[in-house]
Write a protein that binds this ligand. Structure first.
Ligand code: GLV
Length: 317
């Protein structure tokens, strides 16, 4: 049995796999621990169940390694750009994530953004709620059709593929880009080419240094002025300020975002940008999926502490 830091509140049932272990945390009001607190807990715990709001950096991992106690960090998320996986590996600390259990829920969110942004749903709803809508008009809220449009999926892992499957049902033409050829119909090796061809672009790459500002001002300028950009991956993949300026200048039709560069801070130019749907990082937020994610992470911790190897181990790049 081990001592396990659980950094934030988990959905009901999420802690069940850790029955019998000595649990530490979370803060009663669910606020994230400070870096100092994380370092202190890393020193005295055998495992950490973290969320993407926790920076498990070299300092935290070094502290866990110095005491010789910390054996596993399990992130309740599929993304793990908040964890320094190289340092963890150097210390022999196992890192786990939650692949496979949130693909469809996250793809649903991407499609929600595709539809809402293309059809100007947030702008129209805001007008209705604030009394600016004075009655039906044939020229009001003219969006872009999703059915029949060309969708460019950037990043063709499990979630990107789940979005592509949904797009088939909408009669869309689907192109996809990935770092390595998929050898599948619709693969476009050159990201610039995909951006220029797509009516709607949906991002599904991991975060981290390799994809930082993958969609920058130059690439935004390659997109059609009638195009829609959707990001439900990681905020850092898009240069947020450049995107906001493109929307303000009418160089891009609309955007749908679930993730931001400096969460929970939102770029003010983005908040004031027209034709923009902004969600507070709810990609995987269904009751069932968040429970599955928590259970998967805590099961991995229990497995490592029992001397086993979980299936969901992250390997450093
Ligand atoms: C959510 O963003 C996740 O990575 O699971």
């Amino acid at each position: 049995m081990g001592r396990v830091l659980v950094t934030r509140r988990l959905p009901d049932g999420g802690l069940d796999p850790l029955a019998g272990h000595d649990l530490v945390g979370p803060n009663l009001d669910d606020t994230p621990y400070t870096p100092e607190e994380l370092r202190a807990y890393a020193r005295e715990c055998d495992a950490i169940v973290s969320l993407l709001t926790d920076r498990i950096d070299a300092d935290v991992l070094d502290a866990g390694a110095q005491s010789g106690r910390l054996r596993v960090v399990a992130n309740v998320a599929v993304g793990y750009d908040n964890i320094d996986v190289r340092t963890a590996a150097a210390h022999g600390i196992t890192v786990c994530n939650t692949p496979g259990v949130l693909d469809d829920t996250t793809a649903d969110t991407a499609f929600l953004l595709i539809l809402a942004a293309s059809r100007l749903a947030s702008t129209a709803e805001a007008d209705l709620r604030t009394g600016r809508w004075k009655g039906w008009g044939v020229t009001q809220y003219l969006g872009r059709d999703v059915h029949g449009a060309t969708l460019g999926v950037v990043g063709f892992g499990r979630i990107g593929r789940a979005v592509a499957r949904r797009a088939e049902g909408f009669g869309m033409r689907v192109l996809h880009h990935a770092r390595h050829s998929t050898d599948e119909p619709g693969y476009v090796a050159d990201l610039d080419e995909l951006l220029a061809a797509a009516d709607i672009v949906s991002l599904h790459t991991p975060g981290g240094a390799a994809t930082h500002h993958l969609i920058d001002a130059r690439r935004l300028a390659l997109m059609k002025p009638t195009a829609v950009l959707v990001n439900s991956a990681r905020g850092t993949v898009v240069d947020e300020l450049a995107l906001a300026e493109a929307l303000h200048d009418g160089r891009l039709f609309a955007a749908g975002l679930d993730v931001y560069e400096r969460e929970p801070a939102i770029e003010p130019r983005l908040l004031s940008a027209p034709r923009t749907v902004l969600l507070p990082h709810i990609g995987s937020a269904s009751q069932a999926t968040r429970t599955r994610m928590a259970t998967m992470a805590t099961t991995a911790v229990a497995t490592v502490l029992a001397g086993g190897t979980p299936t969901n181990v992250v390997t450093p790049p």
